[in-house]
Design a protein. Structure first.
Length: 629
């Protein structure tokens, strides 16, 4: 570019461009015309020594004109270029502004994208964490039932790892009873879109796990089925608890039925003998009855009274056995003596019921070896229960009672020709309140606790009880207890006979204090002691008894009730011991638990009588503290 052209292009205003070009053209034409027309032959010289030719001048002017035109063109183009540059600059500014806005938008989009990416990542991570934290097994299958996704619980619920699970055949895991589960699930998902069922799978350890499963179909936005989602929950413990609840409910219902039956039975069993006691007692008031009839009435009253006591005793004993309040106390006892007492009572029961039953006893014990250490009270109770059942359920025929030693055990066996027991009922006859035939139509009386007591006692004595029976043929009950020899019984029965043949009691010079808040008891005990000649003093309370002892120094024995208002027998005993240390105190109580008896003796009493008090018991105990005249 010509020097200064940039300046000219920049400085010349755009509005003068046309005029400059026109002037340049006019100048060019004028020079040409002047040189050609006015001075055609005039020599032009720049120097005195040199003359320029006309052609040269023409060329010069043409060149100058061309330069002027070129300059004008350059100026015009420069002006146009400037205008274009201005437009371009303006456009560049707009573009820059747009670029700035785009950069801001891109930055905002980038930030938004980062936020969305972060949220998506955190959301995906969060939901994965939730799924893998679930205790329930979660699994997704595609349309071809290929396992595509699972959480950790899916494998751990049956004890497998992921690799070991996929290495076994799934059909080997399903319980045989649930082999149709895959087919049932497929049909349900196809028809209903969901499937619920319980499934048992074999655990890695070999046992089966109960699962509650729910499967649903998974669809995309267009509704096309992608696969199925299954959630499996381990309900093994829940099933166990459920089964236990069902079992407990059945047992509770059974217990309620048994208790209802028991209450009905006990009402009947108590009221029946009580009816005889009350009825025959009222008949004794008649003046026109003979001595023989009177004795018959008394015999009925005594028998039914004993029966009432046995019923109440059985109920209390059963309660004591269930609460583990009965202890087996071992003492020296004669097996033959116990058996003889049981057999005598059984024969009386046969005669009373007017049954044609032959009772045979097979003793395979020698007199010199029948003395053992055992709880003779409970042993006798067990034998009585078994013999009573044999008599009750044998209408006619025979009962065989045998006992013998077998190795280190003592075996008792009672066999009858009674009605027998069905085989399906043999397993429950030792359950409390159970009888083969229940309800009001049962042909035989009883509470259904005799065999329960017998079984419990025998087992506590270290033995076992067995039963064999056939319906319509008869039954055989047997039990064994450890044989604990104690010595010989020679001479002991003679001593008992001698004691029974002693002279009548004469306590005419003795004095007895009877303390009881019940007037009927005082009258009853006073009447028992009337034939002995003893002087009876009565007191209705513990405080009254203490005052009598303080003021009466010649009292020989005190018969003291333990249950009284204000001051009970235990407190009264402690106060009496402060006054007289040597005064014999015989307690009378309705409490029959062993620990109650221990408390009574520890308080200072010398002996304990259990109500109802029989005459022979009272006289025997009193005889050990006071002597006949």
């Amino acid at each position: 570019m010509v020097p200064g052209a940039k300046y000219i292009i920049k400085e010349i205003p755009g509005k003068y461009g046309p005029y400059i070009i026109q002037m340049a053209l006019l100048m060019l034409l004028s020079v040409q015309s002047f040189s050609a027309g006015v001075f055609p032959n005039w020599p032009v010289s720049w120097n005195s020594s040199r003359v320029l030719p006309t052609a040269f001048l023409h060329l010069l002017f043409i060149t100058l004109g061309a330069l002027v035109i070129i300059c004008a063109i350059i100026v015009f183009l420069s002006w146009k270029l400037k205008k274009v540059n201005q437009e371009l600059t303006q456009r560049n500014k707009q573009i820059e502004e747009i670029n700035i806005d785009l950069q801001k938008s891109n930055k905002a989009l980038s930030v938004q994208k980062d936020l969305i990416t972060k949220e998506h990542y955190e959301s995906d991570k969060f939901f994965k964490m939730l799924i893998h934290s679930a205790d329930d097994g979660i699994s997704f299958y595609d349309r071809d039932w290929n396992l595509k996704f699972t959480n950790a619980a899916f494998y751990s619920v049956i004890g497998y790892e992921k690799d070991s699970y996929h290495s076994i055949d799934s059909n080997d895991l399903i319980h045989p009873d649930n082999k149709n589960y895959p087919i049932e699930r497929f049909e349900a998902l196809k028809n209903n879109g969901f499937h619920e069922s319980e499934l048992r799978l074999r655990h890695k350890n070999g046992h089966y796990v109960n699962l509650s499963t729910r499967s649903v179909t998974v669809r995309d936005e267009s509704g096309e089925i992608l696969g199925a989602l299954t959630i499996s929950r381990d309900i093994t413990k829940m099933k166990q608890v459920h089964q236990e609840l069902i079992k407990a409910n059945v047992e509770a219902e059974t217990s309620n039925r048994l208790k209802t039956s028991f209450l009905a039975n006990i009402s009947h069993e108590i009221r029946t003998p009580l009816n005889s006691v009350v009825g025959f007692s009222n008949l004794l008031l008649s003046d026109d009855i003979s001595k023989e009839v009177k004795e018959e009435y008394i015999e009925h009253i005594n028998y039914n009274s004993e029966k009432l006591l046995q019923i109440i005793g059985d109920i209390i004993d059963l309660s004591r056995l269930e609460s583990s309040q009965i202890e087996i106390t071992y003492e020296e006892a004669s097996v033959n003596a116990i058996v003889n007492e049981v057999v005598d009572e059984a024969r009386k029961l046969i005669r009373r019921n007017e049954k044609s039953i032959i009772l045979n006893v097979k003793n395979q014990f020698e007199d010199s070896t029948d003395l053992i250490f055992t709880d003779k009270v409970w042993l006798k109770r067990v034998l009585n229960h078994l013999m009573d059942n044999a008599v009750k359920f044998t209408l006619d025929g025979s009962i065989e009672f045998s006992y013998y030693r077998e190795d280190e055990n003592l075996v008792f066996k009672i066999k009858d020709t009674g009605i027998g027991i069905k085989k399906e009922n043999l397993g429950r006859i030792f359950e409390e309140f159970s009888q083969e035939i229940d309800g009001h139509h049962r042909p035989f009386e009883g509470l259904g606790i005799g065999l329960t007591l017998a079984k419990e006692v025998v087992e506590r004595m270290g033995g076992k009880i067995y039963v064999k029976s056939e319906k319509g043929i008869g039954s055989e009950f047997s039990f064994s207890i450890p044989y604990r020899p104690a010595g010989s019984t020679k001479g002991k029965f003679k001593l008992l006979i001698k004691d029974q043949s002693t002279n009548p009691i004469n306590w005419s010079s003795r004095k007895c204090l009877i303390v009881d808040d019940n007037k009927d008891v005082l009258i009853y005990l006073n009447r028992i002691l009337l034939d002995t000649g003893v002087t009876v003093i009565t007191a209705r309370s513990g405080a009254e008894a203490i005052e009598l002892i303080k003021n009466t120094s010649d009292i020989d024995v005190v018969v003291l009730d333990m249950q009284m208002p204000e001051m009970n027998g235990i407190e009264a005993t402690k106060q009496i011991r402060k006054i007289r240390q040597d005064l014999p105190i015989i307690a009378q109580t309705a409490f029959i638990f062993e620990d109650d008896k221990d408390i009574i003796l520890e308080a200072g009493c010398d002996a304990c009588l259990i109500k109802p008090i029989r005459k022979e018991h009272l006289l025997t105990v009193m005889s050990s503290f006071i002597k006949s005249n």
